[in-house]
Design a binder for this molecule. Structure first.
Ligand code: AMP
Length: 418
């Protein structure tokens, strides 16, 4: 290509990442841990489309949410959106495909999501979530199960985190006299911890001073279980049994948590217990690792009005701070000196019989260059297939960690590398 033809490099879209093999190996390891734990609790994987009808995401959260969504029209003029999260898609799939299946249903997913956000460390426009939905129960036991599941995953990943549990029902109860749109706005400002915006809104004359005081007292209520007593003084006509029963179960199981009635969650569909998990270090401002709670969505998508509960873990943030190393696989380089059939047969035997990663040269390089390549890829063993070796049916095997060399038959190589 001449100089004139040479194009500028094409960069990736803002807020996206290329995830290279070293990082992918780590991510796959973490993913496997998450999958195994979720499956141990009876959850089964579900996959939904990357794009959905835009309406799926606006139906409850309103048109405002479009600001944060990648939406577009297809060639037929249909209004579509890249999924910003998976709870709504999973509930839509439930209503469309599995509403007659025996309840409760337990689903998990690991999938990419898209949000039109201002990118920064730990906040991307394409990111991954690992999440679960437990559909069909509004019991405190359902809340306890999903909280325990998220807690155990984060413990298994050896993360240093803080679990905070709240209940949006209390805030909704306080705000019940206010028009719905304004109440939602207040919830969103509380969720975003936008103190200035909240102050301006609750100072409006339509909001009684007593209510303003109660809102502040409620969202500032946080700490150990005793705060339930304080909060019950602010809202004496509320039934606290769900939160009390949940705390009883979590306490009995030794789960460490604190209560925080300032958790509002951004999306409008949450109805009851909600929870958030924060990393104690390593992430800076974007340190929320997980968000979840109980909600009602199915009836909005044409199904029965049934309660569900779930959570989503921010997979990228977890991958950023988790220190567990990926499982190491031995790498064997079989040196190809031009005896192609013999080289490839030996490589195949090692791959098939003992499931090792085996690399052979495809560049027609000499021995020295292939040895240096073996070093570059961190080979544990090198097998040399040369003329002399083929004649005597025994091959040089070099242990790259010790430098030790042996002359072995293929069977002996297989048992050595096992
Ligand atoms: P949410 O659906 O907003 O409750 O998000 C659930 C989890 O996904 C959060 O706790 C974060 O860990 C993660 N998350 C949300 N938005 C982003 C983003 N833009 N980039 C990376 N992770 C995110």
């Amino acid at each position: 290509m001449s100089k004139i033809d040479k194009k500028d490099k094409i960069s990736r879209p803002r807020g996206t990442r290329d995830i290279l093999p070293d990082e992918m190996e780590k991510r796959r390891r973490y993913e496997l841990i998450m999958r195994e734990i979720a499956e141990n609790y009876g959850y089964r994987e579900i996959q939904t489309p990357v794009f959905e009808n835009l309406e799926l995401f606006t139906i409850k959260s309103g048109e405002d949410i479009i600001e944060e969504i990648y939406n577009f029209k297809d060639k037929h003029g249909r209004e579509l959106a890249l999924r910003p999260e998976l709870t709504a898609p999973v509930l839509r799939a439930f209503v469309n495909e599995c509403s007659v299946m025996p309840k409760p249903l337990r689903f998990y997913y690991i999938a990419n999501c898209f949000r039109y956000e201002r990118p920064q460390k730990g906040r991307y426009r394409e990111f991954w979530q690992f999440g679960v939905e437990l559909i069909g129960s509004g019991s405190h036991l359902a809340d306890a199960e999903v909280i325990l599941l998220a807690y155990n995953i984060l413990r298994e990943l050896k993360l240093d985190f803080e679990l905070k549990i709240g209940h949006v029902g209390l805030l909704r109860h306080l705000l019940r006299e206010i028009e719905e749109e304004k109440a939602s706005k207040i919830m969103r400002l509380i969720d975003k911890k936008d103190e200035k915006g909240l102050k301006e809104l609750v100072r409006e004359p339509s909001i009684p001073a007593e209510l303003e005081k109660n809102i502040y007292e409620l969202i500032e209520a946080e700490g150990s279980r005793d705060v339930v007593d304080d909060v019950s003084k602010i809202i004496p006509d509320y039934d606290f049994s769900q939160i009390n029963n949940l705390c009883d179960v979590l306490d009995a199981l030794g789960v460490e948590y604190s209560l925080d009635f300032g958790i509002a969650r951004g999306l409008d569909y949450y109805t009851g217990v909600v929870f958030e998990v924060y990393a104690k270090s390593g992430l800076g401002a974007q340190n929320q690792l997980c968000g979840g709670g109980s909600y009602r969505l199915a009836h909005l998508f044409g199904g029965q009005d049934i309660p569900s509960t779930g959570f989503a873990l921010g997979f990228d943030r977890i991958a950023e701070i988790c220190k567990i190393s990926p499982e190491k696989r031995d790498t064997v380089v079989v040196i190809n000196l031009g005896y192609e059939a013999e080289t490839l047969k030996i490589a195949e035997t090692i791959r098939n019989e003992i499931n090792k990663r085996v690399i052979t040269d495809v560049m027609g390089r000499n021995l020295k260059k292939q040895m240096s390549f073996a070093n570059d890829v961190g080979a544990d063993y090198v097998v040399i297939v040369g003329e002399r070796e083929i004649k005597q049916n025994r091959f040089v095997v070099k242990d790259m960690r010790t430098g030790e060399q042996k002359l072995l038959s293929v069977e002996e190589i297989v048992s050595l590398l096992k």
